[in-house]
Design a protein around this ligand. Structure first.
Ligand code: SPV
Ligand code: MG
Length: 293
């Protein structure tokens, strides 16, 4: 894999293209490799999934440097661009621009910053999601924009609907964030149907590309998003949740059976693991670089 300059250019292309794009969640090198091999053209470094895999709550318990370190592993394990969940930027404009600079140094292709304060709480937990002041948040966006290179994609995430505000509030914020220099808008919803997302998309009329996270409105067919001119869909946490389901099942079987005989066929073979992580490349490199016998 050759992450770096080539991948940075293509996140912008993915988001700007007329085709609906899909980003798959990754939370470590292994999940990044699996999502890449499945054919995804871009990855989502999810805050929820990264913090969960570290055993933390999605409430900024993982430090920004811990997140940056995980992103480095994700970038190393893929050759497709990585859009990073930057939460609310870990503070004010100054923390947000430092985060963006370090993410870009580690090879990320873009960051999403949401209009809440620090610490944030996951959008699906509880009802307390105080929104940031529009002007203060616009300053956070401007600072990131002024710090990152022009290839680096800045996505402004609007939490107005999550916080129970109106579509109008979401639109006022979208206009302000576009003015501040965002490259795309992520509009988030916790409803089980896509109506408020689709209403936003219609009113917004693609002034900037729209990114959505249909975790709760998962039944809506993606053709609705294509018809609505949505740019990008993020499958935000499904590698992490698949890992929970898989590990829970295997742990409970091994614990009750006191044996691994029955589950051998249910887990990935070691050959599959070695191929996923590219052991064959190491064998070829040894031929080339180690002295012969
Ligand atoms: C994440 O994956 O961490 C997200 C999306 O930010 S959500 O959990 O839906 O807020
Ligand atoms: Mg998140």
């Amino acid at each position: 894999s050759s992450p770096g300059a080539a991948s940075k250019a293509s996140l912008r292309d993915l988001i700007l293209s007329n085709d609906l794009a899909f980003l798959m969640e990754a939370h470590d090198g292994l999940s990044a490799a699996i999502a890449t091999q499945a054919g995804f053209k871009g990855l989502w470094a999810s805050g929820l999934s990264i913090s969960s895999s570290l055993g933390y709550r999605d409430a900024n318990e993982a430090s920004w440097t811990q997140v940056v370190d995980v992103v480095e592993h994700i970038v190393d394990a893929t050759d497709v661009p990585v859009l990073v969940d930057g939460d609310s930027g870990f503070g004010n404009f100054n923390n947000a621009r430092l985060l963006a600079r370090k993410l870009e140094q580690r090879g990320a292709s873009g960051v999403v910053i949401e209009d809440k304060g620090f610490p944030k709480m996951n959008s699906f937990v509880g009802d307390r999601h105080p929104l940031a002041d529009i002007n203060e948040f616009s300053g956070r966006l401007k600072a990131v924009k002024d710090t990152a290179s022009s290839d680096f994609v800045l996505v402004a995430r609007i939490e107005a609907l999550i916080a129970g505000h109106s579509l109008d509030e979401a639109l006022i914020r979208a206009h302000a964030y576009a003015e501040a220099g965002a490259d795309a808008i992520l509009i988030h919803s916790r409803k089980a149907v896509a109506d408020e997302i689709l209403a936003f998309a219609q009113a917004w009329a693609n002034r900037l590309p729209v990114i959505i996270v249909p975790t709760k409105y998962f039944r809506t067919p993606v053709s609705n998003y294509r018809n609505a001119g949505i740019s990008t869909v993020i499958w935000a946490n499904h590698n992490m949740r698949a890992a929970i389901a898989g590990m829970r099942n295997i742990c409970s079987r091994i614990h009750s059976d006191e044996s691994i005989a029955a589950i051998e066929e249910q887990v990935a073979g070691l050959d599959e693991l070695f191929s996923l992580i590219g052991y064959d490349e190491l064998a070829r490199a040894e031929e080339r670089y180690l002295p012969g016998p």
